[in-house]
Design a protein around this ligand. Structure first.
Ligand code: IPM
Ligand code: MG
Length: 369
């Protein structure tokens, strides 16, 4: 039986609650003889700050680098509003992305038929939706230097963030998008702001060149990022793969998330470049945040976290077939009418976090037999 080295970083807010449910799923896969899941745990975000004064320790980063996959819950919350910028909870996540070289962030937005009613858009617009946002994750305005607030001679303050991309960074994320499009509906839409930003002009040029040279079989179109946001709520099914930079990807993926019914449904994968043995650093996390308003109440939806394990099975552990079964199990549970509050809609009883985790475990058991 293959064995997998998993680092679980539950984090803050609802992170620990949804992490407990994904552990149940790993336990089942273990018991069913699919693989032996050796799960280590560590702190991240505000929890790490409280214990160590930093949002992620060097030791946790080392564990993350050594793991076959990192499963990450969520970070942040009002409790840490006052802490220094460099040690705020989110800095732990950003350090992991940077230190592990996780440049490719895959955010699939799939609308399960059973959830078409939960979307804020009309059923016909979202039913059957299956798009993939490929977000560049280690460059752009998130990491560009200078990044500072300075006081001018006049006494006025001036804040700077820097949007910066090299052609190499654009080239490698474009290839991820084109490769994935070939496994789907063979279409890439590249979103930037070339009408305003130099980095947008270069983005457009490089994506076009990569497409012409190496992916002539993949349909490519270009869309301005603001227009893309509008098109996502107007006619989302026109898209297959959307490739975009770090900041636009952050925004567009939140828009895409709501199309699927709830932010509580969206998993994500963050991948590094493969090394000589084909092994790549990877981190899997639900797109929803720490949701401090509902933390500790056992009402959070664990499906994005469980869906993130499915992505880990597919992209890091080489178990695509088990990933299919796990995603199938999520569909079964939704199809049977089980809902957490975020997707329940009016007039339907909701189950709690653990209830939803248990439901997925039994649906998966049935699919493994
Ligand atoms: C996300 C989040 C993060 C981001 C925050 C928590 C730093 O919004 O993963 O989308 O902005 O990248
Ligand atoms: Mg975000």
């Amino acid at each position: 039986m293959p064995s997998y080295n998993i680092l679980l970083l539950p984090g803050d807010g609802i992170g620990p609650e949804v992490a407990a449910e994904v552990e149940k799923v790993m336990r089942l896969l273990d018991e069913a003889g699919i693989g032996s899941f050796a799960v280590e745990r560590d702190l991240v975000g505000g929890a790490a700050y409280d214990a160590h004064g930093v949002p992620v320790t060097d030791a946790a980063v080392a564990l993350a680098k050594a793991a076959d996959a990192v499963l990450f819950g969520a970070v942040g919350g009002p409790k840490w509003d006052g802490v220094g910028y460099a040690v705020r909870p989110e800095a732990g996540l950003l350090r992991l992305r940077k230190d592990l070289g996780l440049f490719a962030n895959l955010r699939p937005a799939i609308c399960y038929p059973a959830l078409a009613e939960s979307s804020s858009l009309k059923r016909e617009l979202v039913e059957g939706l299956d798009i993939l946002i490929v977000r560049e994750l280690t460059g752009g305005v998130y990491f560009g230097e200078p990044k500072e607030v300075v006081t001018l001679e006049s006494g006025e303050k001036r804040a700077v963030d820097t949007q910066v991309y090299t052609s190499g960074e654009i080239d490698r994320i474009a290839r991820v998008a084109f490769d994935l499009a070939r496994t789907r509906r063979n279409k890439v839409s590249s979103a930037e702001k070339r009408n305003v930003m130099k980095s947008g002009v270069l983005w457009n040029e490089v994506v076009t060149a990569v497409g012409r040279a190496d992916y002539p079989d993949v349909e490519l179109d270009h869309v301005l990022a603001d227009n893309c946001a509008m098109q996502l709520v107007r006619r989302p099914k026109q898209y297959d793969v959307i490739v975009t930079d770090n900041l636009f990807g952050d925004i567009l993926s939140d828009v895409a998330a709501m199309l699927t019914g709830s932010l509580g449904m969206l998993p994500s994968a963050s991948l590094g470049a493969p090394n000589a043995e084909g092994r790549r650093a990877s981190l899997y996390e639900p797109v929803h945040g720490s949701a401090p308003d509902i933390a500790g109440q056992q009402i959070a939806n664990p499906l994005a976290m469980i869906g993130s394990l499915a992505m880990a099975l597919r992209y890091s552990l080489g178990r695509g077939e088990i990933a299919d079964r796990l995603e199938g199990a999520i569909g079964d549970v939704l199809g049977s009418g089980s809902r957490t509050t975020d997707i329940a809609g009016p007039g339907r009883n909701a189950i709690g976090t653990a209830g939803m985790g248990d439901a997925v475990v039994s649906a998966l058991k049935a699919r493994l037999d």
